[in-house]
Structures are given as C-alpha cells and as structure tokens.
Design a protein around this ligand. Structure first.
Ligand code: PEP
Length: 248
C-alpha cells in the first residue's frame, strides 16, 4: 500500500495564542488536501486555541516537544497525558534545536519516543547531521546511530506507525536545501536501517520526511523521491506558502 504523505509545520517559538488562531484561520482554506496528512506543530500554549480554530478541518494540531515522565516535579515541562487530553496526535521529538540548546540526547529522545507510543501519540523523530559530519563523510553512520538509539525497545508495530524527519542541520533555517539526491540517499538509508532493525514490512510502512528549507519551489521535487514521504517545514509553515507546499 502506498504511504500517505505527511507534511508538518514546525512553528518553533513563534506565534502568541491570538496570533496562532489568526494563522490557523488564514491557512485553513489553503491546506486542504485529502491525500496528505497535514499537521501544525505549535508551541504548547497555542495547542488549545489552535485546536479550537482548526475544528472541522483536515488540520491536525501537534506539539513541538514533551517530557518522558508521567507527571510530578518537573517545572516547566509538558506531559504526554496533557497532550492527549488536549487532543494532540503528533509530537516532534529530538529536533536538532532541542538537542543543541536544551541538551537532548539520543537517550532522552528514545525515552520520549517510548512514552509517546505508550500514550498513543505518533512521534515525529528528528535526525540529521551537521555540516562538519557531512564533510567528514559520516552522515549515514551518524544518522543510523541516531535512529537505532531512538527506536530501542520500540516494537515493530509501533515503528511502522512512526514518522521520522531527516533534517540535515546545515539546511535548517539557512535557505540551503539539500539536493534531492542527498535527501533521498539519507531517507533511503534510514528506511534500510529500519528494515535491518525490524523487517521489510515495517520499513515499507514507516513515513520518512525531509526537513530543511523546504519551500513552495522545491517541495514537489523532494516529495517525488521514492523514500521521501513529505516534509517537516519550519519558516515556510508560518506563511500562506505552506498551502502551496501541502498542495505541491
Ligand atoms: C525545522 O524547523 O524543522 C525546519 C526544517 O526549518 P526550516 O524549514 O525553516 O529550514
């Protein structure tokens, strides 16, 4: 069966709650496409108003992060149960900005991935190399290691329903998009890695996004690649251009 494309916006630390409502209202007529799962991953404080504004549309509201404990003395964190209660179905885990600025590691990513599945939330698991790693020729080794650790103790059934976002760090927010060949090479390597860990069926089911300066002008070519099942989109997800990306 063909994999359904999934195109997710990552709003990052942008949009106040009232701006979030305005943006959802602006984008909702533009992102209608039944062939694509459309997700807006928004700041935690925007989840409930965005969810309300998106009611009755094809837009899923997702989170940008969550903690791996159930509840308790973790000031400032958001629990999986809080997300579930708000109606969240998707959560970005291990974005490179969280790894860089908030000390997330492959181990915390794995804990969060396990916890998301425990609560029935689909993780969008981020991976990707730095420019130095690409120049050193270790991109695929590095990404394989990130994936192997992120999926430790994850069952094949869970993995089949997961989303992986391959995001070369040098392409995030820089306007420097990976070539389609570079993006497809790594997305295929990730699928092969999933086949090694699990089996061919799991590898054929899991959805792998490309992220890194996706725009209305490069989305169609990227999403046409055999192993690229959509995109994780930062900057362009805050603009009407996101409608063009969803309807690539
Ligand atoms: C991202 O934040 O995940 C991202 C890919 O950002 P941008 O599209 O702006 O490069």
């Amino acid at each position: 069966m063909a994999r359904k494309k999934i195109i997710a916006g990552n709003w990052k630390m942008n949009m106040t709650p009232s701006q979030a409502v305005e943006l959802v209202n602006t984008l909702k007529p533009l992102v209608v496409n039944d062939d694509v799962d459309v997700v807006f991953c928004v700041p935690a404080i925007d989840i409930i108003p965005a969810m309300e504004a998106a009611k009755g549309t094809n837009i899923h509201i997702g989170a940008e992060n969550m903690y791996f404990e159930e509840k308790g003395a973790y000031t400032g964190e958001i629990s999986p149960a809080m997300l579930v209660d708000a109606g969240v179905k998707y959560v970005i885990i291990g974005h490179s900005e969280r790894r860089e600025y908030f000390a997330e590691t492959d181990e915390t990513v794995n804990k969060k991935v396990l916890k998301a599945f425990e609560h029935g939330i689909t993780p969008i698991v981020c991976c990707g190399e730095t420019l130095t790693q690409r120049e050193q020729g270790v991109t695929i080794d590095f990404v394989r290691q990130q994936i192997k650790i992120a999926f430790l103790n994850v069952s094949a059934e869970q993995a089949a329903s997961a989303v992986i976002a391959y995001e070369p760090i040098w392409a995030i927010g820089t306007g420097k998009v990976a070539t389609t060949e570079q993006a497809e090479e790594v997305c295929k390597a990730i699928r092969d890695c999933i086949a090694e860990i699990y089996d061919d069926g799991t590898a054929a089911a899991i959805r792998i996004q490309y992220g890194g300066s996706v725009s209305a002008s490069n989305a169609a070519e990227l999403f046409a690649q055999a192993d690229i099942d959509g995109g994780l989109v930062g900057g362009a997800s805050l603009k009407p251009d996101f409608g063009k990306i969803v309807n690539y």
